[in-house]
Each structure stands twice: as C-alpha cells, then as structure tokens.
Design a protein around this ligand. Sequence first.
Ligand code: SAH
Ligand code: SF4
Length: 361
Amino acid sequence: MLPLVHEPDLRSLSFDELSTLVDRMGEKPYRARQLFRWLHQRGAASFEEMTDLPKTFRERLAQQTRLASLAIDAVQQSSDGTRKYRLRTQDGKLIEAVYMPDIDVEDDDEGAGIRRTLCVSTQVGCAMGCGFCMTATMGLVRNLTAGEIVDQVHRVNTDLKDRPITNLVFMGMGEPLHNYANVMRALELLQHQEGLDISHRRITVSTSGLVPNIVRFGQETQVKLAVSLNATTDEQRARLMPVDRKWNIGALIDAVRKFPSKQGRRVTFEYVLLEGVNDTDDDAARLATLLKNLPVKVNLIPYNENPGLGFGDPGPERLESFRNILQSRGITSMVRKNRGRDIAAACGQLAVQGQRQGASA
Ligand code: SAH
Ligand code: SF4
C-alpha cells in the first residue's frame, strides 16, 4: 500500500486500492471501474477529461487525491522513424522513453502483426554505475512511481494518436529490479484488463543482474526477462559493471538456468559490443561456452557512442565476425538495429543532455 499520509497518487493505485478509495468516498463501485479506465485505458491527464464522472466527484478527487502526469518536454524524430521523448515529471525531473515503429526481435509466441515498441524508464538516473552508460553519470536521483512508469505509455500513445504501442521493453533509464515494487505494480497495471491490457508476452524487463530479484521476478510474474551480460569474465565485467562484484557471472547464469521458462519465455542475454574491450573472437568463444545448453537468446547491441565515456563501437565487420563465432558454436543471436543514432537514442543520452542544458541555463 502507498502511504496515505499524503494525497494518494491515483495512477499508482491498484484496481483494488482504487476501489477501496472510491468506496470510502461514498461512491458506487462502478465509479471505481470508470475511474480506472480513465486512468489506465484512456490515459487521462486531468480530471476535467473524465466527462462521465459527476462534477462533484471530480472536484472531490481533485481535492483529496493527486493525478501525477508526465509532460512532453522534447521529442526528436529519427530518419528511421524512432521517436525519442524527453518527459518531465511533476517535480521537474527529466526522463526518457523511446518509440520504435517496428522491432527486429523475432518471436513466435506473440502472434503476427505490426509491433510498435516503447522503451520505458524506471528511475531518474541509475545507481549501478556501468562505465559505458550515460544514465550512470547521473547517479540515482529517485525511483519513478508506478504511475510515472505507466504514464510514459499514455503520453506516447496520445502523441501517436491512432497507432498505439503494442510492446514494451523496460530498457530506458534506470535499473528496473532496483525499483522492484514500483516496477511490479506498473507491470500489473499495464496488463490489467480494464487498462491497456498488454500481454505479458509483449513485455520485457531488462536487468544488469540483481540476482535475488531475478529469482523473485521469475516467480511473481510471467513477463519476459533480458539480462545485460556485456562481458565473458568477471574481471572484465566487474570493470564495466560494478554489480558483478556483488553477483558474478556464475551466480547470474545460475539464476537464469533456474528461471521458470515456459513456452516462449526464454531469457534474452544482451551483449553490448565495446571496441577493444569485449569484442574479440575469444570473447565470442567464451560467450558461447557460458551459454551452452541454456535455453536463451542473445541480443548483440552495437554501442551507441557517448562522448567523454571513452568507449567505442567496433563496427559492423567485427560484429559480424563475433556473431559468426557464436553461430558456429550453436548459439543463435540477433543484432539489435542501431536505432535513432542521429537523435542520441541510447539509454540516457537525451535526458542527460536536457539536464545539462537546464543546469547551464
Ligand atoms: N538497467 C537495465 C536496463 C536499462 S539499460 C540494464 O542495464 O539492463 C538497457 C540496455 O542498454 C543494457 O543492456 C545496457 O547494457 C545498454 N546500454 C547502455 N548504454 C548503451 C549505449 N550507449 N549503447 C548501447 N547500449 C547501451
Ligand atoms: Fe543502470 Fe542499465 Fe545504465 Fe547500467 S546499463 S548504469 S544498470 S541503466
């Protein structure tokens, strides 16, 4: 339960909590359903929009509760159709969400059809400190609430008008499993039948490897998981991703091995190729050995360069060679298309720019 000392943040409440609140306000149960639909199906940004609720009820809601919505601060459109949204929270923090008009991940369990994917953020900044990642330079500013995680989808859907989001990836700013409770709550709201009703097959949460929460996640939801591996030895990985000092590659692989993998719920390993760091043929061979006999997919990601962080993109030829070695050892991999390169669409880039502009203004 959210603390009720403050006005409750309506979009962060579960259906049951909202029903209790509406009941306490002396309203009929069907009003809770109506309100939930406004919040989670139509993505209302204000009480004024909720025209089929009595005016007096809306006024009391406005007095006694909060409706936290995000505002679109900036949008950049890439030549490949990717749209990057910089969104502002009510307390003035900047986060980002990236819309991709189609996705190159092949899945068989989801059914055919056009896939419009949104990459959402879960925190303002991130505490994990990965050396190659722009978001890490901000540190952790704060967790996003469940309502703020969900509202990214509504603000983008409103902007896209009649072409709503069909798939979600939790790969924006922040470490989802470091904001576990709010992320789980957001996942429930996004899957709710009276809300956006997005299937668990169409949602993937990406983690840098918080092992105990991977185990919990596997038990508590059917949503898919992606793990950012990014290295093949602990020496290498700990240098890139400090989280490895707490939960090393062995522990991570073990958690993935035990992850409940029903039909179509294979874990994805993400591997960002960094020039001269983790991109050699030996790395590819070690990666194949690590993942041998695991029911996983590999997603190879070309690095989106961040000036000042000192890492480079090895380029398409190195990537192809890396991929061929995996292939020859029986590991299939996909290459994530490098989207929106011209608009700084990698994790954290736009929001960090916004923060700097704000700071220098
Ligand atoms: N914190 C979670 C999810 C957000 S990061 C995680 O680390 O998995 C999502 C993905 O983006 C991770 O796989 C990360 O390794 C990758 N990434 C971060 N910065 C990148 C960059 N500049 N170029 C390409 N991928 C990047
Ligand atoms: Fe955080 Fe993921 Fe960036 Fe690492 S890669 S700093 S975990 S957002």
